[in-house]
Design a protein around this ligand. Structure first.
Ligand code: ATP
Ligand code: MG
Length: 149
């Protein structure tokens, strides 16, 4: 299997109409590439939560995804307000979602914790009034052995 794929997707803040589209596209792509269901599930969740956060909180962003036989690497980078307290943002249940975001069905404070659960390696950096950058790595080879899922 020739497992190599790379693509970038632009996201506009506030564009809830297209929320989830990137995740669905990537999921189909990985399915066609023959990636295992468990990996697929984790990539789809990580991409979904990343795109919803960019739509919800940032002015714009890019999700870059790179697939190799070893891993799936997702970079979600945005221009926006940044995150004041990353430790808090990583905590289950913490949310600053506005009423508008909550009306769309989001704001449980579970997005970042979900991403972390799906990642083999997760890093988040953020600068106030600049933006936020998540790097998510999901291993493909030896995945079960490493994570013991
Ligand atoms: N890209 C971002 N830019 C600025 N702030 C963010 C960004 N992503 C997350 N945050 C902040 O971190 C908090 C926690 O994010 P998380 O995704 O875990 O939960 P949520 O978006 O509030 O709710 P849920 O994801 O469950 O719908 C957010 O409420 C927001 O304050
Ligand atoms: Mg979220």
């Amino acid at each position: 299997m020739n497992l190599e794929y790379e693509n970038s997707f632009e996201i506009q803040g506030g564009n809830f109409q297209e929320a989830g589209d990137i995740s669905v596209f990537i999921k189909k792509k990985l399915q066609n590439l023959g990636v295992a269901r468990e990996i697929l599930r984790r990539v789809a969740i990580a991409v979904y939560e990343s795109e919803i956060n960019i739509i919800s909180y940032a002015s714009k962003g890019i999700i870059h995804i790179s697939i190799s036989p070893e891993s799936v690497v997702i970079d979600a980078e945005d221009e926006g307000p940044g995150i004041e307290n990353i430790e808090l943002a990583m905590r289950a249940g913490y949310s600053t979602a506005t009423d508008k975001i909550r009306e769309m069905g989001f704001g449980a404070g579970m997005g970042i914790p979900n991403i972390m659960n799906c990642s083999d390696k997760f890093t988040i950096t953020s600068e106030l009034n600049k933006g936020t950058h998540l790097t998510i790595i999901i291993n493909i080879s030896n995945n079960d052995a490493e994570k013991n899922r």
